[in-house]
Write a protein that binds this ligand. Structure first.
Ligand SMILES: *[C@@H]1O[C@H](CO)[C@@H](O)[C@H](O)[C@H]1NC(C)=O
Ligand SMILES: *[C@@H]1O[C@H](CO)[C@@H](O)[C@H](O)[C@H]1NC(C)=O
Ligand SMILES: *[C@@H]1O[C@H](CO)[C@@H](O)[C@H](O)[C@H]1NC(C)=O
Length: 429
């Protein structure tokens, strides 16, 4: 018999214009359709997708909106053909709950994260069917589980786990690709700097150029990280990027939020330290976070039954600029084009909008390759970055104590005295 820790039914919702997908306890997925009318809006069941034998923990639409991927307590991921309402492919190699799934915005990869302490990255190797029609087919390319770590005596390395085991007190490990596909951020990281030291709770950053191992870790969280979400809007670079700080070499600035069980860290790709830290918002674990399409709001949900909406003032995060990733390519040729473009962008091509900055950056880049901070011999470097992050975080905290983040934070459904509950606070170290 299952022991249910949570007194309510999970419902995971993913919007797609007039369609909404939900997955719930029991394993059923429902596609809802919006029926607008002059006075009223109502969502009606459009399709019901049944195949999972147990609760669905995460789901995401494919970039072309034709498919859904879901992850479940039955240890499997299913890729659904939404138009046919049928199972397209089952990915069943995990040996514990699948707690997060993420579809690459360029549709080349999907990734899943499980409480079996592995992240699996699958690549699309289309099968050619009769009549030359290609059928989408994902095959596992990487199983990310352990990393080399040097022992104290410097002579030998040991393999250590990268992720929390199944005792992590969260049903979710929601991973996220950056909107341009250049980075994959994976939560639920746990590693020891030294075999004897306390485990650090981290988020791993994977570069699209090498998805076999993390390139960087964002440590500093006092609780396990359960959700990572990128904002889909890109912003102009602030130009404050000093050479040793800049890991994300991008012609624009992306913003992402990381939720631990009890706080939310907002980062951008131009700075090692978080832009803001929100804590003390909820009485129970945070379960999910999401950005509004125009980056004005960040919503978070919690097991305490409340949602919080964080509002950003105009231009508080910066000036938005377009990213050149086609969400809806007209045909596959155009898609190819987009993919090529973004892959190049990782190395040298920059979109016209930010030519100047890009040039400067390119020069810098040619002198200085992308740092790769998790390496077999990278203990010192790792340490350095961690210390640095800790330092900056302390600074951030102090600043925040003096002057809390200027966002308005609304908790519309709360019946508690709102002001007290929602004031962003610095985290106790
Ligand atoms: C809105 O639509 C629902 C379902 O169609 C109906 O039950 C409800 O009464 C409507 N509300 C209003 C305010 O018209
Ligand atoms: C990481 O999270 C665990 C579980 O909450 C906690 O016991 C531990 O102290 C955290 N590690 C650090 C370095 O904060
Ligand atoms: C973002 O969207 C919300 C709701 O759709 C709207 O109220 C707000 O003005 C928008 N903000 C910007 C900066 O466009």
């Amino acid at each position: 018999m299952d022991v249910l820790l949570i007194p309510f039914v999970f419902l995971h919702l993913v919007f797609l214009r007039e369609l909404l997908a939900s997955g719930a306890d029991g394993g059923e997925l429902i596609i809802w359709k919006l029926h607008p009318s002059e006075t009223n809006q109502s969502w009606k069941v459009h399709k019901s997708l049944s195949f999972h034998r147990k609760d669905v923990l995460d789901l995401q639409w494919s970039p072309d909106d034709a498919y859904l991927i879901s992850g479940s307590v039955d240890n499997s991921c299913i890729i659904w053909d939404v138009n046919k309402g049928s199972v397209h492919q089952i990915l069943d190699a995990h040996c514990h709950y699948v707690q997060g799934v993420a579809w690459d915005p360029l549709a080349k990869y999907v990734a899943s994260l499980s409480s079996d302490r592995t992240c699996r990255i699958y690549v699309n190797k289309p099968q050619t069917k009769s009549k030359g029609v290609e059928k989408m087919n994902y095959v596992c390319q990487h199983v990310i589980m352990k990393a080399d770590q040097q022992r104290g005596d410097e002579s030998k390395t040991i393999k250590t786990h990268l992720f929390h085991d199944e005792t992590l007190p969260s049903f979710f490990r929601r991973l996220s690709w950056s909107p341009d596909g250049s980075f994959l951020l994976i939560p639920a990281g746990s590693f020891k700097v030294l075999p004897t030291s306390e485990a650090v709770n981290a988020t791993y950053v994977f570069s699209r150029k090498d998805l076999s191992r993390p390139a960087l870790q964002l440590p500093g969280a006092s609780k396990p990280v359960v959700v990572v979400r990128f904002c889909s809007v890109a912003f102009k670079l602030r130009g404050s990027n000093s050479a040793e700080e800049g890991f994300f070499k991008l012609p624009y600035r992306l913003v992402f939020a990381i939720a631990t069980l009890n706080s939310v860290y907002i980062y951008d790709t131009e700075c090692v330290a978080p832009v803001a830290v929100l804590a003390g918002l909820h009485y129970a674990a945070i379960t999910d976070i999401t950005w509004s399409p125009n980056a004005s709001y960040l919503a978070l949900s919690s097991q305490d039954g409340y949602c919080t909406v964080v509002e950003f003032e105009d231009n508080e995060l910066g000036e938005s600029i377009p990213i050149s990733v086609g969400k809806k390519p007209v045909d596959s040729e155009e898609k190819q084009h987009h993919i090529g473009k973004t892959d190049e962008l990782m190395t040298e091509t920059r979109p016209a909008e930010s030519n100047k900055l890009a040039e400067a950056e390119q020069n810098e880049e040619s002198k200085q390759p992308l740092p790769s901070l998790v390496t077999t011999d990278g203990k010192d470097k790792e340490h350095h970055v961690m210390q640095k992050t800790d330092e900056v975080m302390t600074e951030t905290r102090q600043e925040e104590e003096k002057q809390p983040m200027q966002s308005k934070v609304n908790t519309p459904v709360s019946n508690k005295p709102a002001r007290k509950r929602i004031t962003p606070m610095a985290i106790d170290p």
